[in-house]
Design a binder for this molecule. Structure first.
Ligand SMILES: Cc1cc2nc3c(=O)[nH]c(=O)nc-3n(C[C@H](O)[C@H](O)[C@H](O)COP(=O)(O)OP(=O)(O)OC[C@H]3O[C@@H](n4cnc5c(N)ncnc54)[C@H](O)[C@@H]3O)c2cc1C
Length: 413
């Protein structure tokens, strides 16, 4: 097959690239090559099926990696222009209580995928499914792409094949490995928007506990980032959106990352101390377990007495000393948990790392291969949880698609 532009990957960024390429060069033949039987499988799963497609408040603090994501986002149309005006998807903000999140009004990711499909079909973009690209080689000012049934010759290639996160959606990092063999390096990777592992011994007894709190990541005494939200304790990890937003730090601080959780961010240590002393008085004659049972769910109340005080929860409450109360308050305000690892890729929503800034130019083109472009998660950008990763996919896809098409028009190689 001979064509003008092949986009490898039928996900969010590949769709945006296809739309932009066809709108820029309507006569160009644009093909999406997707390894799975259907395109858009991951998009359907986003935001628990509701598709948190962007965020009202986008800033550099929400994007991590070597590439200036905000610089690129600022050069492309926003979510309103793309979804509401161009694709006809009515959107609302904060529909699941998350501040600033932009969702389709229908609360259904299928609405978004359908609108994209209608646009691709109207523009005449072709889709080749069950077409896994396993080889790319430059040839005659373009590229020859290999797949199991043969070869595709194209003038431009846009690589929108995603990263390592959530491999059941077709993204297992194989494209980054293929590119490495072509001399395009990847920045160190780790799961982003993902839980963080903590020793199971430390978490024993806490499984299933959910609490609204604050969590900060530290390397030594240096605070790296602080987040507020619901913390969830599992058998060997901590999760919750606030933890997801710290996961990318594992890339740089592996082996040195510690979490400090404030389990009562709405109270000072002094207020807590006063409260616990009153409970000790009011519940005289009961057990140590009851000291915190009116404040936390029982599992957590018991865990704190056992792990912080090293006492049996059945000891008399009167045996809890002022010094014990001080220790409990310190732990409640700053519970220290060493990070022992990152989560498996199947539990991650994004990839930290990928193709770095020094491998691309301003047009998201490869500095090594003329006519090759990149977009989406394969690039070294990881956004926070809350619509940031999809916004990156839309913006980077739009820019890569537009520039690939412009380079055809300009008659560039
Ligand atoms: C469960 C889940 C929920 C999420 N929810 C949100 C959310 O609500 N908001 C948000 O902003 N982000 C969310 N994300 C993250 C977001 O979905 C991704 O960052 C985004 O989809 C990345 O887009 P992409 O186009 O770069 O890659 P992908 O969407 O991963 O698409 C890449 C495509 O390339 C295909 N492919 C890979 N290799 C090849 C090959 N060799 N040949 C052909 N095809 C290939 C894959 O099969 C895949 O379809 C979520 C992620 C997950 C896993």
């Amino acid at each position: 097959m001979n064509t003008d532009i092949v986009i490898i990957g039928g996900g969010a960024s590949g769709f945006a690239a296809a739309i932009a390429a066809k709108e820029t060069a309507p006569d160009a033949d644009v093909v999406i090559a997707e390894r799975l039987p259907r395109t858009g499988k991951k998009l359907i799963a986003t935001g628990n099926g509701k598709c948190n497609l962007s965020n009202m408040s986008l800033g550099s603090r929400n994007f991590h990696g070597t590439i200036d994501a905000m610089g690129i986002i600022a050069r492309t149309p926003g979510w309103y222009e793309l979804f509401t005006e161009k694709l006809g998807v009515a959107c609302v903000t904060g529909s699941d209580g998350r501040e600033g999140g932009v969702y389709p009004r229908s609360n259904s990711s299928a609405t978004v995928l359908n609108a994209i499909r209608l646009k691709l079909s109207a523009l005449g973009v072709r889709e080749l499914c069950e077409c896994e690209i396993t080889g790319i080689r430059p040839s005659d000012g373009g590229f020859v792409l290999t797949y199991k049934e043969g070869e595709i010759r194209c003038r431009r290639v846009i690589i929108a094949a995603g990263g390592y996160a959530a491999p059941s959606f077709g993204t297992d990092g194989s494209m980054l490995r293929l590119l490495k063999n072509m001399g395009i390096r990847s920045e160190k990777i780790c799961p982003a928007v993902a839980p963080l592992r903590v020793s199971p011994d430390r978490l024993r007894g806490l499984k299933g506990v959910r609490i609204k709190g604050e969590i900060a990541a530290f390397s030594g005494n240096k605070e790296l980032r602080r987040e507020r939200g619901e913390l969830q304790f599992n058998e060997n990890n901590i999760s919750g959106i606030c933890v997801f937003n710290l996961a990318y730090l594992f890339q740089k601080y592996e082996g040195r990352l510690t979490l400090r959780a404030d389990l009562a961010p709405d109270m000072t240590e002094t207020e807590l101390t006063k409260y616990l002393k009153k409970i000790r008085r009011d519940r005289a004659g009961t057990t140590a377990e009851e000291l915190l049972s009116g404040f936390f769910v029982r599992n957590l109340a018991v865990w704190l007495v056992k792990n912080v005080l090293g006492r049996s929860p059945s000891e008399p409450i009167g045996s809890v000393t002022d010094r014990d109360i001080m220790s409990l308050c310190k732990s409640i305000k700053s519970l220290e948990l060493a990070v022992t690892g990152c989560s498996p890729w199947q539990n991650a929503q994004s990839t930290m790392g990928g193709i770095p800034a020094d491998c691309i130019n301003d047009e998201l083109g490869s500095v090594k291969y003329d006519g090759m472009y990149f977009c989406g998660e394969i690039l070294d950008v990881a956004g926070d949880c809350g619509g940031y990763n999809l916004q990156w996919a839309w913006s980077s896809g739009t820019l890569a698609g537009k520039n690939a098409a412009l380079s055809l028009k300009g008659g560039k190689k």
